[in-house]
Design a protein. Structure first.
Length: 210
């Protein structure tokens, strides 16, 4: 049997199983991205325990169209500007979460940079590993990441999901843990159109960002 290089799409699907084990892991990765982006407000919307929909909206620094075009590529990240693996000050740095999610779901990212008043919003989609071009969009400053039909491209993983109620509870716990670590950020979690967490920022507490 010949040794060969695996197709990029298959590599991403394999990586997705390591990075994104269940909906709560996807939420954690996206919320950590929002925290690293300097967001003061993060809103999470889920449906069917995150299997049908996960949407994370923030008011962070956002991305330009050029940045958005490579944000869904493996190992593309803004978090290692000096290629220094010793002094890491962000929650994530490998650049694997977004391409892994896009490999197993229908992913849409819409973003508008916060510090460039002339820049418009842009959007990109990745459907089961198939990446679209960047297109103009309407969106305020910040970023919205939508995951629809998680694991539809890898049906075998769907069998390992718990009930929507259990998956939703796991997501809530993940958000609660991050909210406790970052009390200066406002967090909101909406599950099946019902608000289950609404935690305002508490700037009077000691600054918790790392």
């Amino acid at each position: 049997m010949l040794i060969r290089h695996l197709p990029e799409k298959l590599i991403n699907q394999i990586a997705a199983g390591e990075v994104i084990e269940r909906p709560a892991a996807a939420v954690k990765e996206l919320v950590e991205n929002s925290i690293d982006a300097g967001a003061a407000r993060i809103e999470i919307f889920i449906r069917d325990g995150g299997a049908s929909l996960i949407s994370v909206n923030d008011d962070g620094i956002g991305m330009t169209a050029e940045e958005l075009a490579i944000a869904v590529d493996r190992h593309a990240t803004s978090k290692l500007p000096d290629d220094d693996l010793v002094h890491i000050s962000s929650l994530g740095f490998r650049g694997e979460a977004l391409p892994s999610i896009g490999a197993v779901s229908r992913l849409t990212i819409t973003s508008r940079p916060r510090n460039d008043k002339k820049a418009d919003a842009s959007a990109i989609t990745v459907d089961g590993g198939k990446k679209s071009g960047v297109s103009p969009a309407a969106h305020p400053e910040g970023t919205k990441v939508e995951i629809r039909d998680l694991f539809y491209a890898t049906p075998a993983r769907l069998k390992f999901l718990k009930s929507p109620r259990t998956e939703a509870q796991n997501i809530r716990e993940a958000v609660e843990h991050l909210a406790m670590a970052y009390p200066d950020i406002s967090f909101k979690l909406v599950n099946d159109e019902k608000t289950v967490l609404d935690l305002p920022a508490a700037p009077q507490l000691p600054h918790a960002r790392v």
